[in-house]
Design a protein around this ligand. Sequence first.
Ligand code: EPU
Length: 478
Amino acid sequence: MTHSLRIPDLTIPVRPGALRPGGVGPGDAGDPAVNDVDVIRVRGDARLAGTVHVVGAKNSALKLMAAALLAPGRSVITNVPRITDIAIMGEVLRRLGCGIRFDADDPVDPMVAHGGVARSRSVVIDVPEQPGTEADYDLVRRLRASICVLGPLLARLGYVRVAHPGGDAIGSRGLDMHISGLTRMGAEISGEHGFVIASAPHGLHGAEIMLDFPSVGATENLVMAAVLARGASVIDNAAREPEIVDICTMLNQMGARISGAGTSTLHIEGVPGLQPVRHATVGDRIVAGTWAFGAAMTRGDVTVTGVEPGFLEVALDKLVSAGGLVETRGDAFRVRMDDRPKAVDVVTLPYPGFATDLLPMAIGLAAVSDGASLITENIFDGRFMFANEMMRLGADIKTDGHHAVVRGRERLSGAPVRATDIRAGAGLIIAGLCAEGVTEVSHVHHVDRGYPDFAADLRALGVEVEPGTAPEEPDLTI
Ligand code: EPU
């Protein structure tokens, strides 16, 4: 079944290009026309200061929405960020036959009390007895995370067909661990015409699975499958991210029997059925980390609320090594940097290591630090692609395989640059705050995919931001 592009109920600001096929802006699909692209302009020599509240994590909420598929009836997920990716996930579920409604969040996020627009909502999901079994390419290519409907639909219905998401701007992004784990549970999986087709005519059974790598997505898909499988499963070398703990907590509230969440070994006793649930999304550690690095890079003073600081232990420790002052309390922390940061080395690793999603911020910090930093990326093979854009701002970066040597400069130099993915976009905007003159970051719809109203948060932290559009020249490369 194919659908035309229609994403209803998008009560969030959507920039030009945000919902085009491929989730990329005009020109990317070989469109020779000159179109407007979405941009954010920031003035350099800026300092971030004030308080920012962070709402629920994109990378949790997306999977919590998929997990709702496991139980017929009405589930409600609160503290869901108002971002494009969530709207697309809503559409994925709607096309699977679910009723989807976005309501005002309860409790309302504190930025609203200060006159801001809500950054979060609640999503009410009505799951039918017999959901659909197909997620088509039209949506999956715009939201790679749609692959997380594979596990729950297979477990509930015994058959599912999900478009293969392919790679993206940060890397090749395999699915082998999802597939081999589900196969161990008794699924038959084939690939045809760009789809992953999985069936388990006799139902899934428990299995012992050792992941080659603690993949977040594979752990989530396998847990969502194992909760309804016959018998016990063990997932070893499982991902330990706070988002994994969040989904396991929700599944247990639905009646699943999972233990070991947050450790490398998950034990799951299959149950015959689950009940719908109301669950609040865990705070977004990557958004929180973005502001923490922003404070350090701009020699600012930012308090971040809404996230357990322990989720960012390694990242905050790096900021202390760079000369920052970090205070933590409850679900808040404050980062202050008075002098030019000192260069620090960073190695990305699965949680609890330094998050790959903060790599652009680590490179940005290194670019303005005193000294040279060695930055090593261990998760995605294409994550350094955005470094070319950072170099346009004058950053001194040399990459070699999965390493980058960054020699810090006192100041960067404002220029037009292009956001290539969510985190690169945020990193470039913040780097622009440390540059002389104006930086214009284009294709910022990528940023809207993961940060609810980034521009408003920047303004709340005292920075001049001008969102707008700019004409894009046709791409004439062959
Ligand atoms: N991988 C395989 N085979 C698999 C699964 C993964 O080779 O079967 C590889 C991937 O190609 C990648 C690495 O393993 O090189 C890590 O992949 P993982 O499965 O852990 O990541 P993911 O589930 O695809 C999630 C987040 C990413 C985040 C990573 C790592 C979501 C929707 N995405 O991706 O977030 O970087 O975990 O923490 O949860 C972002 O938010 O901007 C983002 C990219």
